[in-house]
Every structure is written in C-alpha cells, then in structure tokens.
Ligand binder design. Sequence first.
Ligand code: ARG
Length: 464
Amino acid sequence: MSDKQQQNKLWGGRFSESTDAFVQAFTASVLFDQRMYRQDIQGSQAHATMLAEVGVLTTEERDAILQGLDEIRQEIEAGEFAWSVALEDVHMNIEARLTDKIGITGKKLHTGRSRNDQVATDIRLWLRDEIDQLDAELLRLMNGLLDLAEREAATIMPGFTHLQTAQPVTFGHHLLAWFEMLKRDRERLLDCRKRVNRMPLGAAALAGTTYPIKRERTCELLGFDAVCENSLDAVSDRDFAIEFCALAALSMTHLSRISEELVLWTSAQFNFIDLPDRFCTGSSIMPQKKNPDVPELVRGKTGRVNGHLISLLTLMKSQPLAYNKDNQEDKEPLFDAVDTLAGSLRAFADMIPALEPNREVMREAARRGFATATDLADYLVRKGIPFRDSHEIVGKAVAYGVSKKKDLGDMSLSELRQFSDQIDDDVFEVLTLEGSVSARNHIGGTAPEQVRAAVARARQALGA
Ligand code: ARG
C-alpha cells in the first residue's frame, strides 16, 4: 500500500499501526461491491444535493462534488479507475478518488452519513434496478408462453400424474400451467420491490445525525417510495435481500420443474418436442447425442440459489442491532442469486418460443395409455351407473385391453359391451381424444376453447 493510500484510510486518526496485510485483504469487499458503483455515486450525489439545500454545503462545494462524481463514473466505465483493496470497499475507493480530484471539499461529502446507511442505500438501489430488469425478462418469457399456448391450444398430449398417463390434456393447457407459476413469481417480485424501495440514508451509523438533514428530499431524489422509519433498523436489516432470495429460489424451482419436463420430453423415449440445436450441445464421444444443456443447467443452478437463501437467513440470524460487519457478506449471495435468475430467465425467454412440438408423437402417446378411461367411466355414470361401479367396469375393460394390447378407443362395440350393456354406439365420441379434452370445458379446464380464453385473459392482465 502506498503512503498516500494509508493516509487515505478514513479512520487514520485513531490508529497507531497500519492494518495487517492479510486482514486488509480479508476484510475488503471492493472486489465484489464495486459493481454497485453507479448506485454509490447516485446516492452520494443526492446526499450532496440535499446537504447544499439545508446549508451544510455551499453551492460551489456541491457543484464540485457532483461534477467530480460524474467524472469518477466515467473513469470507472472507461476502465480507468484504479480500485484499491487497501481502500476496502466501493464507498471508500470512490470517496478517496473524489478527494484526490477536488481536494478538501471531497472530504465534506461524508458529512451527516456513515458507510452503514450508505451501503444499505446502495444495495437497495442496486437491487431495485435489478428487479426491474428481471421483471422485463420474466415478462418476455411469460408472453412467449402465451403465444405458444395459443398456437398449441388444440394439440393433444397425455397428461400425467405419478408420471403415468392419466388423462389427455392439451399442450396449450400444460404451457399455461407453467405460465401460472411464473405469474405468481412475478407477483412476488413486484411485491418484494415495495419493501426494497425504502431509503436507509440519513440513519447514519445507527442513531441518525446532528445535521439538519432532509431525508424526504434525498428520498425523492433517489426515487424511493419512503424512508426507513427507524435508524437502527435501517442500517441493520437485510430482510429485503432475504425476501428477494426466497422469491428467486422459488422462481428457480419453477424453472427447474419446467426444465425437468423439457429434458424428459426431448429424450428419444418421449420425443414430444425438439429443441433447436442452438440450445443444445453434443457429446465429445457419442456422435448421436444432442443434449438439452440449457434446461439441465437451469435445473442444476436452482441449488445454488436455494443455498444463497439459506446463507442470508443464517447471516441474519441472531445478529444484534445495529450494523455488524457480518452484513458485508450479504452481497455475494445476493449478486449471484440475481445473476443466476437473470441468466436462467433470459435463456428460457429465448428458448420457449423455439420449442417444436412433435404433435403426432404426443397424440399417439395420449392414445396409448388408456387416457380416456375416466371418460368411459363418466359416460357410464351418465347412463345411470354409480361412479364406483363404473370405475370397476372400466378397470376390467382396461385389463382386457392390456391383455389384448388394444386401447379403449380401438375396441369394437361388442368387445366393450362385454363389460356393460349400457354401452352404446355413442360411446366412441367420448373415447376420442378430442372429445375427452373438449368435454372439460370450464374455467381452468383443458378444452382448447378454455385455453384460448385463458390466453386472452392473461394477455389483458399483462396489458399486452
Ligand atoms: N463494506 C461494508 C459493507 O459491505 C460497508 C459498511 C462498513 N461499515 C463499517 N462500519 N465498517 O457492509
């Protein structure tokens, strides 16, 4: 560390020896918190503007600070800024550079604030910006799902429970189930934003400050919805970051479920859909392989976001008020949770519109697994047979079909009538796949008509 940097250590007055070299590196956060530089500068500029309005800074001092910070932003963006581990974090690096550039006035910027309220403000500003970008990506994915669902509203596939063929559904309906999961993720994201968007600045170290600051003014300048009401709470809680990780973990969990289905469906055994080559990779040894890497990786990345949630919960657990250095550990998990979710959403938003369903294969799979057995049971109920009895009758018909390798719809009327003389010619309508899905024609049901109506409602709700 140079002498100048040592002098710049902002607490130099109290100390009689310099920080141990390893401790300095160990306690520094600048290697990762520098990504909040824009928010740090934005917060400092709002703070300086307010300080000038209340008479703590002169307008000349304010202008020097605002301009110096603008230039520092440009230096950072041009890759010309020399980050120093000796200066610990993004806040002290920028402040020291400001003093380098504009002299003694730079040292006045920190009047009436502390790094404790500064870092809490920066991270909230940073997360707010990221939430807005995540929301845009999530919307792109959701709109892609709606378009695909509309196109595939009448495409028939087997629906599964226990991963065994259950009843026929439409592919559009299945896609809308994915859409619903993401819709709730978006509600959580936007709800979390409300609690992220509150301003700690002005809490100073923990107790507030003796200067006549106007927090409402910085709040307005920074676009926060409100100030944090209690200074001790403002500098110490990271619940907003925990909340974000919780919703990110849930959203990744949803993406992992979609991923799992895509991995299954692209296998040669299912062959329900094709993923374009650009979302897949090959094998270095097996020439035939085309691997669904994107869904596999998203499924795998879910684990680390779940881990970040647990990290932050554990970080916060039992922390006494107010700020503790522990909280410097909030950033890497939060950053990685944001990056992982952002990358996964982007990959999905690109990939989903490119899915190519193999409609004939899906249809054939639905035809095979006795998927219309419930329809036959319901038919017998309409003929006056109690459901439990009709269940039994159809069970016998299925057992017969298994032994003869024949689906219900492929049996002749006389074959079917072995099991009940209530069965007539009109049975074949209900045994068709189209008849089966179209009959489930109520809100939330799988009928093509319902899928199209659900898409229209969803588009309207999204304002698309
Ligand atoms: N780098 C610190 C953090 O990330 C900034 C706040 C440090 N405050 C302090 N009193 N040491 O939390």
